[in-house]
Design a protein around this ligand. Structure first.
Ligand SMILES: [Mg+2]
Length: 279
């Protein structure tokens, strides 16, 4: 009797389960892949918050009243509007309305995406390298709302490099960044079943490091935001969850080889010194 296509697919999935080869990588956006520059820093995203505060609550305010680093957009909405005197339950009740207002504003003004934003050094090169690597799938884990995160990647000319179908975890999914690492992995599994050899999350804030540990992923910190090597490493040590890997911190994403090495995909020639962290 001929083996059916379903049986063949089932056998292939079982084989992949037994020996997963794919590495799953998720990247934070702001401060990790891109940075704010000049007096119009992250201009459109900030204007989108201000527009939604005014449209939904009649508040003339902005998100700069409190520190935002490492917060998801939902957290920024909650904290900022609380600062302006709106109780959190009232904000939560209208959270969807606020997010829709932000996305609509961002989309209508997408010609301004590039104002006050640029790719960080080495990022395009790294994404191109990962894009052509047969053993890597990669997406986003960011506090940005899903549409805004991808519009930023498109506006800066790198969205096409991410794994198709695009996947990730976003500020529109949950206010807690840790949940987003797990969510991104579950979404990636639908397109790439069979498990992953390694999962890694890359970000510029202690919140990214903690989120990686929460999601049982390798935490890769980058010092391209406002936090230092010590800030990122120590946030890894503070975690209550026992991480499966040490926290790795890079000054930036400019060294492809070191990055590939950190995620177990070293491309060194035999006579070169291997500087892989040992895990
Ligand atoms: Mg960030």
């Amino acid at each position: 009797m001929d083996t059916s296509l379903d049986e063949i697919q089932c056998l292939q999935e079982e084989e992949a389960m037994a020996n997963p080869r794919l590495v799953l990588i998720t990247f934070d956006v702001d401060g990790t892949l891109i940075r704010s520059i000049g007096d119009k820093a992250n201009h459109l995203h900030k204007r989108a918050f201000a527009h939604a505060f005014l449209e939904v609550f009649g508040i003339s305010g902005n998100c700069d009243v409190l520190p935002c680093h490492g917060k998801t957009d939902q957290m920024i909405i909650l904290d900022s509007l609380e600062y302006y005197g709106i109780p959190r339950p009232r904000v939560q009740a209208k959270m969807k309305e606020v997010m829709v207002s932000m996305v609509n504003y961002f989309r209508e003004n997408r010609r301004d995406i590039g104002k006050g934003l640029e790719l960080l050094p080495g990022v395009r090169n790294l994404l191109e390298t990962l894009s052509s690597h047969p053993d890597v799938v990669f997406g986003l884990v960011t506090g940005n709302l899903v549409e805004i995160g991808w519009m930023k990647m498109e506006g800066l000319g790198v969205r096409h490099l991410f794994t198709r179908p695009n996947f990730g975890g976003f500020g529109s999914d949950h206010w807690n960044r840790g949940e987003l690492v797990n969510l991104a992995a579950r979404r990636a599994s639908k397109s790439f079943p069979g498990g992953f050899k390694l999962r890694a999350h890359v970000g510029d804030t202690p919140a990214d490091v903690r989120a990686a540990h929460f999601g049982q992923a390798l935490a890769i910190g980058v010092c391209t935001g406002v936090f230092s090597n010590n800030d990122l490493e120590s946030s890894g040590r503070e975690c209550r969850a026992i991480p499966p890997f040490p926290t790795i911190v890079f000054p930036n994403l400019a060294n492809n080889n070191n990055f590939l090495c950190a995620v177990g995909l070293c491309a060194f020639k035999q006579n070169q010194t291997q500087i892989c962290p040992n895990f």
